[in-house]
Design a protein around this ligand. Sequence first.
Ligand code: EPS
Length: 378
Amino acid sequence: MRYISSGHSHGEQITIIIEGIPSNLSIDIKKINEELKKRQKGYGRGQRMQIEHDQAQILSGVLFGKTTGAPIAVVVKNKDYQFHLQYMEPFAHDLTNYNPIKVPRPGHADLVGAIKYNFRDMRLVFERASARETVSRVVVGAICKQILALLNIETLSYVKNIGGISCKIDFDKTYIEKSLVSMPSKTASEKAMELIDETMLKRDTLGGICQVEVNNVPVGLGSFVTDETKLDAKIASSVMSIQSCKGVEFGDGFELSNYFGSQAHDEISYEDGFTRQSNHYGGFEGGMTSGMPIILKAVFKPIPTLMQPLQSVNIDTKAKTASHIERSDVCVLPAAAIICEHTVAIEITKALITQFTSDTIEQLIDAVFNYQKYTKRF
Ligand code: EPS
């Protein structure tokens, strides 16, 4: 299974083509749109999210509500396009009022992208480097989640930390949906929103950490040698490719460096199949799923578009100058959590489809359930 997306941040639409989804899967378009809506929510997003109301439109690969096994084409229109038509239309020629962007933002793909592709306007980089692309990850992930649900595999995501504020007290997963910052703690949510307000006044931005959990994953997805077969490596690579992500860890991750071996490893026991007495490894042993919940954390840097510009250099005059100011989000962590969850769902689905017979959804379900019976008997 693979997908490709095309589209500019302020262009007409994001186009996605997904190949390799089994046939006969009933697609619930409402659920895809609910996930897209979750990606847009969150205290700390900028004005752009009040313009965009993302809706997926499936053009092909689905007939009578079910996948045919052929590539699925999906589009999500950018409502903001109407305000950028003059220069975002592919053959725009009336550029009288258009100002090319000459000053790169520190921390953004702007400068390196312009050097690499020989652009004299940073827009040619950021129109594609923009996190608008993550719409495609959520559309594909939302279809994958519909496959995972049929296999009783559940995914969950939340925000663990915003600008150093973490969920230390009143931890309650039922609060995630209520929290405007998707945190499982009322106290932390309120503090984080205060910090977002203060940060907005300072014209600055905030980063943080989000967590993804996946329950009821079969034992032995992936394999144990290379980057192409180890599933934890593939998930880490995919999550790292999300815009602004600067690090990924599984289970206790970097904390493991502080443990003795006797504290780090998850002891094995047997009750209706093999299990572990703890989950320091976050659901992976040797690159394969252990059958314990997958626990992944990802850290996101404060986004580089600041309303208070940092020092930069004009690429034409080479003069020292303040960086380009764009409309900006203060904090994208609630969106990042949803994007991470969908990215993980995509990688797990890819692993399942690769490992089991999957021309049809019925075959995949049978194969996975039979394999799970085998792993319990082992
Ligand atoms: C983004 C900057 C902002 C975000 C955008 C990603 O857009 P703009 O510069 O147009 O205000 O709102 O995110 C989305 C459009 C989205 O759908 O998530 C960036 O620089 O990456």
